[in-house]
Design a protein around this ligand. Structure first.
Ligand SMILES: O=P(O)(O)OC[C@H]1O[C@](O)(CO)[C@@H](O)[C@@H]1O
Length: 248
C-alpha cells in the first residue's frame, strides 16, 4: 500500500489525474473503473483539462462505473449517469460504446448485476480502479458488514450514507434507498487501485482502512490485502496517518 499525502484537495486531485493520465499513456486501451461523489470532481476537471490542452486521448479507453442508484433514470441530475457525462464524458473523446454504468432502472436488477459483472470480464477486467471512501468506510456502495466475496449486487444504503448524500437532493426523502454496486470482490480484482480521500470527516475511516483490522465492518480495510493500492490523501484526511514509515 502506498500512501501519498498532498497539501490540499487540489494537489491531491492533480496527483490522481496524473496517475490516471500515466495509465492512459502507457496503455491507451485501458479499462478504467470510475467513482462518483464529491471527491473525484476536481480530478475529472483536471483530466478534461489534460485532454484539451495536452491531447490526453480517451478514444480507446473503456470505463466501468462503480455504482448507480436504483430508480433514477439517466437524465436525473442526481443519477451517476448524469454526473459522469456532465463531469467527464461530454468533455473528452471517449466512445459512447465504451462507457458502462449499471442501469438502476433495469426491470430485473439481479440480471442487470449479472450482466454488468460479465461485461467487466468480457472487456478483460479493470486495469485501474478509482475509489472514494464513505465516512463509514464504504467503497462503492459496499456498506459495512457486506460480504467481501460479493460481486456486483443490489445494496440497501445505510442511513448514514442516505444522510450524507442528501446534500445533493432537495430533500432526504428523495434519496434512493437502494443502489447497484460493484462488490468488494469485483473491486479487488482490479489490477491497480487508487483511493482518494479529502477532508477531516474522512480521517477516521482512512485511519481504520489503513491501520485497522481487515473486517467487513470497515469495507475499505480489505484494500490492505490488494497488491497495488495507492491512497492519496489531503492533509486533513491524513490527520491520523502519522506513522506511515511502517506501511509497505
Ligand atoms: O466523495 P464523497 O461525496 O464524499 O463520497 C464518498 C463515497 O460515497 C459515495 O458517493 C457513495 O455514497 C461513493 O460513490 C463515494 O466514493
Amino acid at each position: 500500500m502506498r500512501i501519498l499525502i498532498e497539501e490540499n484537495y487540489e494537489a491531491m486531485s492533480k496527483k490522481a489525474a496524473l496517475m490516471v493520465a500515466g495509465q492512459i499513456l502507457l496503455k491507451p486501451n485501458s479499462v478504467l473503473g470510475l467513482a462518483t461523489g464529491s471527491t473525484p470532481l476536481y480530478m475529472y476537471r483536471e483530466l478534461v483539462r489534460m485532454h484539451r490542452e495536452e491531447d490526453l486521448d480517451f478514444s480507446s479507453i473503456t470505463t466501468f462505473n462503480l455504482d448507480e442508484y436504483v430508480g433514477l433514470n439517466q437524465d436525473n441530475i442526481n443519477s451517476y449517469h448524469y454526473y459522469m457525462f456532465d463531469n467527464l464524458f461530454n468533455h473528452v473523446n471517449i466512445k459512447k460504446e465504451n462507457i458502462f454504468i449499471p442501469d438502476g432502472m433495469a426491470e430485473n436488477l439481479y440480471e442487470e448485476c449479472k450482466r454488468y459483472e460479465k461485461l467487466i470480464k468480457d472487456r478483460g477486467g479493470i486495469d485501474l480502479q478509482i475509489l472514494g471512501i464513505g465516512k463509514n468506510g464504504h467503497i462503492g456502495f459496499n456498506e459495512p458488514d457486506l460480504k467481501f466475496e460479493a460481486t456486483t449486487h443490489v445494496v440497501e444504503l445505510d442511513d448514514e450514507t442516505i444522510k450524507a448524500n442528501s446534500r445533493f437532493f432537495s430533500s432526504i426523502d428523495e434519496v434512493p434507498r437502494r443502489a447497484i454496486s460493484m462488490g468488494i470482490k469485483t473491486i479487488m480484482h482490479s489490477r491497480k487501485i487508487i483511493l482518494l480521500a479529502s477532508g477531516e470527516e474522512k480521517a477516521e475511516a482512512v485511519k481504520k482502512a489503513i491501520f485497522g483490522p481487515i473486517i467487513p465492518g470497515l469495507p475499505a480495510s480489505v484494500l490492505q490485502l490488494h497488491p497495488d493500492v495507492t491512497i492519496i490523501l489531503d492533509r486533513e484526511a491524513a490527520m491520523y496517518v502519522e506513522n506511515i514509515d511502517n506501511i509497505q
